[in-house]
Design a protein around this ligand. Structure first.
Ligand code: 5AD
Ligand code: SF4
Length: 477
């Protein structure tokens, strides 16, 4: 791409190329894995625009905040970050090195105009469905404009996003994400996603398969399929028929080199027979399922518009365990949804005890403007939420530690992902996403090796290689 110094807004001086130095971009990502993935793809676009990677705003020519809107006072955090960046930008005015500030993600989508109005330092705003338009928007921003792009043409985005080189893919590791689905039609009453990410959209099967093949050729061993509602996937196949997530997984499992598949985040109401069958039949589909339940109280589940009750959730857990007996579960929980009583909360604890989780994310309910939950008059006191969250997290933490402790003495297949913290050490993940470190040579990065788990710490396991017991490679479990 062109690196020529462009005339920019009146008061600005020519940009980086005049200094004979490539431009660099700093991308700060908030929120979910989808945002992490989007940030990577925006990084790929910026690379094609001639931007290298900056490790901080201070060393960058472009700062891009990829914002999240789902909880807390996310937009306020963004405004305070923008305040800091504005100072940096003003300092830069005295030098020959300008700073462009871009806001992307869900806050950009929901509050783009407000951002532009309140923070004059922002040069461009781009919503999650318009990242493919970044080069154009950057050009407009450099030429005096302050573009805001928050349209919803999801299909265009995927068709137009450039694909990274094999080298770039591998620099990010041996595990990669592929977005297969975006948006949500469920309208849980606490959630902003249907408003910020729009309606459900599934990428066509051929596109997803082509992406996965490209990743496999670059040396990727593990792919996590992403979607806000990933198991609602219904992408069109070559014959124009809708393909379920279970069928997509079967297709992807055939790609040589891809040893592990995962998917997240799923909704209980979309767990269908084909997906259970994939858990039963596809060895490379990892035995770990993130299945958010949010609450164990039927009353609260109904008020949340979750479209299932506690019994239905437990039935799904039974079915998936029948299909894959060694499967472990994780979930998301919200405490203090409006109207939640002590008894409702106890029902959540009871559900957690009944399922037994290997991991979880848990949150205090946060009132999101524009959602039905925010309108309710029976909001729960902050102190009550705090107390419930602490009790819930104590129980979940106990379960997580027990799950990790139970792994000690077992042998697990570990995907070696990187060098360990100490020389001679390598680190990777078990099928259950547990971080594990062990002694071994760097050449094993990208390999799956059998490892005996010898200790469980609070956040990671340690192990030793036992290849001698499994000379043919991976262990059977
Ligand atoms: N308050 C608290 N937690 C929320 N989540 C989504 N919206 C809210 C909210 N308003 C949580 C849910 C969801 C996860 C991604 O974030 O648990 O599963
Ligand atoms: Fe939000 Fe519910 Fe959709 Fe998940 S399923 S993204 S929680 S509305």
């Amino acid at each position: 791409m062109s690196e020529s110094p462009e005339p920019i807004r009146g008061e600005r001086k020519p940009e980086a190329p005049a200094l004979n130095r490539p431009r660099r971009a700093f991308i700060k990502s908030y929120g979910c894995q989808m945002n992490v993935y989007d940030s990577e793809r925006m990084g790929d676009i910026l690379a094609l625009e001639g931007y290298g990677v900056a490790k901080s705003a201070e060393t960058a020519d472009l700062v891009l905040l990829n914002t999240c809107h789902i909880r807390e006072r996310a937009s306020e955090k963004v405004f305070s970050e923008l305040g800091r960046l504005r100072e940096l930008k003003e300092q830069r005015r005295a030098t020959s090195r300008d700073l462009l500030i871009a806001v992307a993600g869900c806050v950009a989508q929901a509050e783009g105009r407000e951002i532009m109005r309140r923070q004059s330092a922002v040069d461009l705003v781009v919503g999650p469905q318009s990242y493919h338009r970044l080069p154009d928007l950057l050009r407009q921003a450099r030429l005096n404009g302050r573009p805001i792009e928050t349209e919803f043409p999801v299909a265009d985005k995927f068709a137009e996003l450039p694909y990274p080189s094999a080298q770039r893919i591998r620099e990010r590791g041996v595990a990669a994400f592929v977005t297969v689905q975006e948006g949500c039609d469920k309208f849980c009453t606490f959630c902003v996603v249907p408003y910020t990410r729009g309606a459900e959209f599934s990428r066509p099967v051929t596109q997803v398969v082509a992406d996965a093949e490209r990743l496999a050729r670059a040396g990727i061993r593990e792919i996590t399929l992403l979607g806000q509602n990933v198991n609602a996937y219904h992408g069109e196949d070559e014959h124009g028929r809708a393909c379920s997530l279970g069928s997509l997984i079967r297709r992807l499992a055939e790609i040589q080199g891809i040893a592990r598949l995962r998917y997240t985040t799923s909704h209980p109401a979309d767990m269908d027979a084909e997906l259970f069958a994939a858990h039963r039949d596809v060895p490379s589909l990892m035995p770990y399922l993130h299945l958010p339940v949010q609450s164990g109280s039927d009353r609260v589940l109904a008020a949340m518009n979750r479209k299932h009750d506690g019994a239905h959730y437990l039935d799904i857990v039974d079915k998936v365990r029948a299909a894959r007996p060694n499967i472990a579960l994780s979930s998301d929980f919200i405490v203090g949804f409006p109207g939640e009583t002590d008894a409702d909360f106890e029902a959540t604890l009871a559900l957690i005890r009944a399922v037994g989780y290997a991991g979880a994310f848990s949150f205090k309910y946060s009132r999101r403007p524009g959602t039905p939950g925010a309108e309710r008059h029976d909001q729960v006191d902050e102190a009550v939420k705090e107390e419930r969250l602490a009790r819930l997290q104590a129980l979940l933490e106990e379960q997580r530690q027990a799950f990790n402790a139970a792994a000690v003495g077992r042998v697990a297949n570990v995907l070696i992902e990187k060098k360990g913290r100490h020389p001679g050490q390598i680190a990777g993940r078990t099928p259950y996403l547990q971080a594990i470190h062990l002694d071994g040579p760097e050449e094993l990065i990208g390999e799956i090796v059998p490892v005996e788990i010898i200790a469980a710490g609070p956040n990671s396991l340690s192990g030793r290689r036992v290849d001698e017991r499994y000379p043919a490679g991976e262990c059977p479990t």
